[in-house]
Ligand binder design. Structure first.
Ligand code: ADP
Length: 165
């Protein structure tokens, strides 16, 4: 039998909070890797107003992915490609929703390749039902008292209810 080096992937994002769209992308990634590191970026260049702190987001994600033994949730600072190399990742996974995601994602993938040519970027498309879903929309709807129960898992819903009650 040939020796098989485990295929590690990194799924970076802000995950504020993790949505069912993120979950869908993470679970699809497990079909093409052995181990997935879901990584919360501590310093994001496109500064959005955050709802949950990084430790809170990690706590929520760890609960959401508790049954997925091949998924690990961590945070990172600095360049994504350096982090990916540190954890031995063969590729970075990103989700593509509509055309709106494309330009930014394309730029970032090209830049990451310039910075480090040995880490590929893999794009995955979510289930159609999640293709309109974003964490910012979930934050906005939840803050206005709307029902987001079909867009996030129970641990997220619980935190959102606590935050906005
Ligand atoms: P958001 O854009 O929802 O605030 P992040 O910044 O955490 O989320 O995004 C991390 C990655 O997950 C990005 O590649 C983003 O395109 C992808 N992503 C976010 N939501 C979805 C979704 N509903 N379906 C597929 N990919 C998604």
């Amino acid at each position: 039998m040939s020796t098989h080096r485990p295929v590690v992937a990194v799924y970076p994002g802000s995950f504020d909070p993790v949505t069912r769209g993120h979950e869908d992308v993470a679970r699809r990634t497990l079909r093409v890797c052995d181990r997935l590191v879901v990584a919360v970026a501590e310093s994001s260049s496109h500064s959005k107003s955050h709802l949950f702190s990084v430790p809170e987001r990690l706590e929520i994600m760890t609960e959401v992915f508790a049954r997925e033994r091949r998924i690990e949730c961590v945070s990172f600072t600095g360049l994504l490609v350096d982090f990916a190399a540190r954890v031995g990742a063969r590729f970075i996974v990103r989700g593509l929703r509509a055309v709106a995601d494309f330009e930014y994602e394309f730029q970032m993938a090209q830049m990451n390749r310039e910075l480090r040519g040995d880490v590929e970027t893999l794009f995955l498309v979510p289930d159609l039902g999640y293709s309109f879903l974003s964490a910012s929309l979930v934050r906005e709807v939840a803050s206005l008292g709307g029902d987001v129960s079909s867009f996030v898992s129970a641990p997220v819903l619980e935190r959102l209810q606590r935050r906005f009650s």
